[in-house]
Design a protein around this ligand. Sequence first.
Ligand code: F6P
Length: 324
Amino acid sequence: MTNINNIGVYTSGGDAPGMNAAIRAVVKTAHFYNIEVTGIRLGYEGMINGDMMPMKLKSVGNILHRGGTILKTARSAEFRTDEGKQKAYKQLKRHGVDALVAIGGDGTFTGANKFSELFDIPVIGIPATIDNDLKGTDFTIGYDTALNTVIRSVDQIRDTAESHDRLFIVEVMGRDSGMIAMHSGIAAGAEAVMIPEVKNNLEPLFKRLEESKHQKNSKILIVAEGQEIGGGFEIGQIIKERFPHYDTRVSVLGHMQRGGHASCADRVLASRLGVAAVEGLMNGRTREMVGVRHNDVVYVKLDEAILQPSELDLNLLKIIELLS
Ligand code: F6P
């Protein structure tokens, strides 16, 4: 057992539904074990500027379901510098923080890992990003909610697409990862998906659109924003030129994918990981991410969790082809 008195908790990078559920779990678990919690606002920016306050049970009342993050979030250029990290460490000392729980994605974990190494402060990461692009965990917090938001939207787009016999290109989030595009593509019955992990995918797409010309009245193509040729509008332009007979429209779902009440799966995941993060610190763990593998809680080295590429199963493309 390691003696920990005060855990600093923060959210950093893009927000994700379920971050609040994770904050709540950290605060409640720490309280159960008589450990103080300091909430750090605006991620590493708040750490540098000393924007911190004690968190009591009351601080996390009625937040379990809420999207966004009550601690707010930011990306910090200053924290990448040695001076920035020095300032942050001084502030943590001033507030009596002797361990950290970092809630976020790969950028958050990269910073946490270096910081912990430099100042020998224990840190555990909780994976929270709608992109589901961390290694060593089957799911990240926010991914399930975002997927459900996407398929609800695509179902609605399908209604209008079907009524007008249109081809819709729907752009979803995923700067480096096709997780959202691939899984929403299967769940919404898309004709094809375009993802960053697959290069040169224009010809196969043309072939599919050619073949399915007379099959369905409406067609949905889901494009991950980070795929190599461009986003929804760029693909839309290419398709309009190549298939002028299709009545083509583009819909960019954008940041609505990051908001909304967390799904049941995300609330359960965030609660499990929040408890395990605090208990991990108490058991002397550090520089690890807590995740789930085959429904078991696992700890993975932070530097392994951030390795690219993510674990997207490209065999799923066949399912899209087969079932569309
Ligand atoms: O949270 C991850 C993510 O949603 C990416 O898929 C996307 O590219 C990025 O965040 C956009 O974030 P922002 O607009 O906050 O820079």
